[in-house]
Design a protein around this ligand. Structure first.
Ligand SMILES: [Zn+2]
Length: 318
């Protein structure tokens, strides 16, 4: 990938054409294999293309689609959704929870896994190339203890492969670091194996929260200090954290000047989240969350930094 460009499912574009971007979504996925919930089977391309109309009307332009192999990743379907809806889609390549790894991954060497990532980035599936590595998962832990979290052995092998593939291709890496607050452990492995941490996005920073904002900032700020992005990608998941709490934390980080290193999204992956089924839709960020940020003093320019500049610099390197 050449610096300054972004690889979408319909081809390479200039980074400047990316526009307002949701940095962590699912448009075609089947997490029911993992969760057992039929609600997690989002495989109706006509429905999703239709739902994206509200996203475009709200002001969105691009979506980073991070469905990993093992829970329904299908880049050819993503191209179909992009062509039908007019939304620019960047597709990730990665593996999810260890229980969903394809069998070959368990037996493969680290270099074989890295070669696979590189093939998906350089050649793709039926010509549809991945534009980044993600969402690259390590396990959830019920207790949020950033200092005590360690990647499991199989996860570590996949993370090392991702670091090697990033060095060979220059793409971004976007992670799943959920309840256990594994962001630092993920960065430790990636850093040891030569990844460029300034192109790493730590996902699900808002899947957990502490009533004392200082405790949360003590997780976010060292991630930013290491050069990585902090992603608030579970906006609208009020069962995990109320949106006003998210907005308060984003506003605090923006107040410290970090808006170019914060990415935003709503991690949509359920049929019940679609407007047609009474859900919030892919426009929730615009209809509900951006007003929360404005109410806390976040400016339009700072919002655009998070929605446009941060995803562009992560994906294109400039
Ligand atoms: Zn996700």
């Amino acid at each position: 990938m050449s610096r300054g460009t972004v690889v979408t499912v319909t081809g390479e574009i200039d980074g400047a054409a990316l526009g307002p971007t949701l940095a962590h979504e699912h448009l075609y996925c089947d997490i029911s294999v993992h969760s057992g919930r039929a609600d997690n089977r989002v495989t109706d391309t006509a429905l999703v293309s239709d739902e994206l109309g509200a996203f475009l009307r709200a002001g969105g332009r691009s979506i980073i689609e991070l469905t990993p192999v093992g829970i329904g990743r299908d880049p050819v379907r993503l191209r179909e959704i992009s062509e039908r809806s007019g939304v620019q889609i960047v597709s990730g390549i990665a593996f999810y929870d260890e229980s969903t790894y394809p069998d070959w991954v368990r037996a493969a060497t680290i270099d074989q896994i890295a070669d696979y990532f590189v093939r998906e980035i350089e050649d793709g599936t039926e010509g549809v190339r991945a534009g980044l590595i993600g969402e690259l998962a390590s396990h959830n832990e019920p207790v949020a203890n950033p200092a005590g979290y360690r990647l499991r052995e199989a996860e570590e092998r996949v993370f090392i492969a991702a670091a090697r593939a990033q060095r060979r291709t220059g793409v971004a890496i976007s992670t799943h670091a959920a309840l256990g607050r594994g962001g630092h452990a993920q960065l430790d492995v990636l850093e040891r194996h030569g990844a460029d941490l300034t192109r790493v996005v730590i996902g699900h920073c808002d899947a957990h929260w502490h009533p004392d904002i200082e405790t949360d900032l003590a997780y976010y700020l060292p991630i930013l200090a290491r050069g990585a992005y902090c992603e608030f990608d579970m906006v609208g998941w009020t069962e995990l954290a109320p949106d006003p709490v998210r907005a308060e934390r984003v506003a605090a980080l923006v107040g410290m000047g970090h808006e170019r290193k914060i990415t935003l999204a709503t991690d949509t992956c359920r049929l019940s989240q679609m407007h047609r089924n009474g859900g919030r839709g892919y426009d929730h960020l615009w209809s509900s969350f951006l007003p929360e940020l404005r109410a806390r003093g976040v400016s339009e320019a700072q919002i655009l930094s998070m929605l446009v500049d941060a995803p562009r610099t992560a994906l294109s390197g400039s």
